[in-house]
Design a protein around this ligand. Structure first.
Ligand SMILES: [Zn+2]
Length: 497
């Protein structure tokens, strides 16, 4: 974090932060939650609207079945209990981007409750201790419109409203206040996003507002049972900034309490440039939303049969997949973590690794040779010139000793230069092979043995690890082109003789 700490480590250790998160996820339906208007992002302002989402008198909402299925699927992936009957409620408030004067949400009878996410409680992200973060509820609601303060002619003294987003379906996911550090909050959000992406119900694109997060934070002296006064940090647009905002708030709270002051319960905004939060409105002035059941909609019933049909479409979730892949392919937790970053990547890896001579080598190549090159060129895995099948083909060639590691690196470089997959480049280069001609190797080995009598003596006296020294020398002399297996064979023969 850019700002310097005003609170000493000792003071930080004296207090325990308590953090709960509210995440809004936009569901990837083609049409809105209560009308048939398109949900497409980026259309000209106020073109995807109708009497229903504008809240004109006499217009009646009709619930989008797909939105319900997506929300239920997300809730199942988050281990929630689905309530067979849930109730839509009106949340009344006045705001320029809310033409109806109320938002249709769910209040005391939400769609789903009592879920959890397991997070890595330590920071190494591999084989860490797991910690359960409770999910209080997941409910369905409609989005409001968007106030625009820039990007049009008289933006200096006017605000414009775009109502395309009005009525877009959202799942609101409320956590228990179970997180005890900004890092845990970051970890929770990362896992949550990963799970939602695996289910495919949202693209979780933060820039387009498909995933939004509000954080509630308080601190209390360690050992104290009752909670401190909380503040809410709203509308932060990246996980990294949320972590920074929480770190800032933790120190701010401790600073005030230690100075004999009191925390004001309020909503605050984070300024990422300054690395600080600012008070926006105090909670004393907060709205009383006067919730009541939405009279235009029947209770939502998701019976057992429907639940079972939705559950059948639940994919294998990232954590379970990592565990299985580690077992199935003999790869490390770190490998599994990288290979399951997205569902597409995991699918591609498994599609290719199944036929590989050594899946572990495929995993290693993705980690060591592919991801670095992609990152250097600012490419996503989906844009890689080398497909997973290409990685597997190259791994098999190294495995069989046909090409060396050094040759593979050179061929990968060519793939990226020419934007071609591995098999094409390998063919174009005339199927290069590392030398199996032992005469050159034998000559090298003889020279080395003659030049290093002491090492030879040690080897023959029983210090077999000396072989490594000779192998290294030969590999160096051949500029990495020699076949290590062959070098081993030739040297062992000579040294033993
Ligand atoms: Zn509409």
């Amino acid at each position: 974090m850019a700002t310097t700490s005003v609170v000493s480590e000792n003071l930080l250790a004296k207090y325990e932060p308590v953090i709960g998160l509210e995440v809004h996820v936009q569901l990837l339906t083609a049409s809105k939650i209560f009308c048939s208007c398109s949900t497409r992002f980026g259309d000209p302002p106020n073109t995807n609207v109708c009497p229903v989402c504008l809240g004109l008198p006499g217009a009646l909402p009709v619930l989008n079945r797909k939105a319900v299925e997506f929300a239920v699927l997300a809730a199942m992936a988050l281990q929630c209990r689905i309530n067979e009957v849930s109730i839509f409620a009106r949340k009344n408030y006045f705001y320029p981007d809310l033409p109806k004067g109320y938002q249709i949400s769910q209040y005391d009878k939400p769609l789903a409750e009592f879920g959890f996410i397991d997070i890595d409680a330590n920071e190494s992200k591999t084989n860490g201790d797991r910690k359960k973060i409770g999910i209080t509820r997941l409910h369905l609601e409609e989005d409001a419109g968007k106030s625009l303060h820039e990007g049009f002619a008289d933006a200096a003294d006017k605000t414009a409203i775009d109502l395309n987003r009005t009525g877009v379906p959202l799942a609101e996911i409320v956590s228990e206040p179970d997180m005890r550090s900004a890092e845990e909050a970051y970890e929770y959000l990362t896992r949550l996003k990963e799970i939602i992406l695996y289910t495919g119900v949202s693209d979780c694109n933060m820039e387009e507002g498909s995933l939004r997060c509000d954080a509630n934070i308080s601190v209390r002296p360690r050992g104290q049972k009752e909670l401190g006064t909380k503040t809410e940090v709203k509308n932060v647009n990246s996980f990294r900034f949320i972590r920074q905002a929480l770190e800032y708030e933790i120190e701010r709270h401790i600073g005030i309490i230690e100075g004999g002051g009191r925390i004001t319960q309020e909503t605050r905004l984070y300024n990422a440039h300054e690395g600080k939060t600012y008070g926006m409105r105090s909670k004393e002035q907060a709205h009383d939303y006067r919730y009541f059941p939405e009279p235009d909609l029947l209770p939502l019933v998701v019976d057992e049969k429907w639940q079972a049909a939705i559950r059948a479409s639940l994919p294998e979730l990232p954590e379970a997949r990592r565990q299985r892949m580690m077992k199935e392919y003999g790869i490390t937790a770190g490998d599994a973590h990288t290979l399951t970053l997205t569902r597409a990547m995991a699918d591609q890896f498994e599609g290719a690794a199944g036929s590989a001579k050594n899946p572990k080598r495929v995993a290693n190549l993705v980690q060591s040779e592919l991801l670095g090159r992609l990152k250097a060129q600012g490419l996503e895995l989906g844009q890689s010139p080398i497909s997973m099948a290409g990685v597997t083909a190259s791994a098999d060639l190294v495995e069989s000793g046909a090409i060396s590691g050094k040759m593979l690196k050179d061929l990968y470089d060519l793939c990226f230069e020419r934007n071609q997959d591995f098999p094409a480049v390998y063919e174009a280069e005339g199927r290069p092979e590392q030398s199996r001609d032992t005469s050159a190797l034998e000559k090298l080995a003889d020279e080395l043995i003659a030049a290093n009598p002491k090492q030879v003596e040690q080897y023959r006296a029983g210090k077999k690890t000396m072989l490594g020294f000779f192998v290294g020398q030969v590999m160096k002399a051949s500029k990495g082109q020699a076949n290590p297996q062959l070098v081993n064979e030739v040297l062992t023969k000579k040294l033993e003789g």
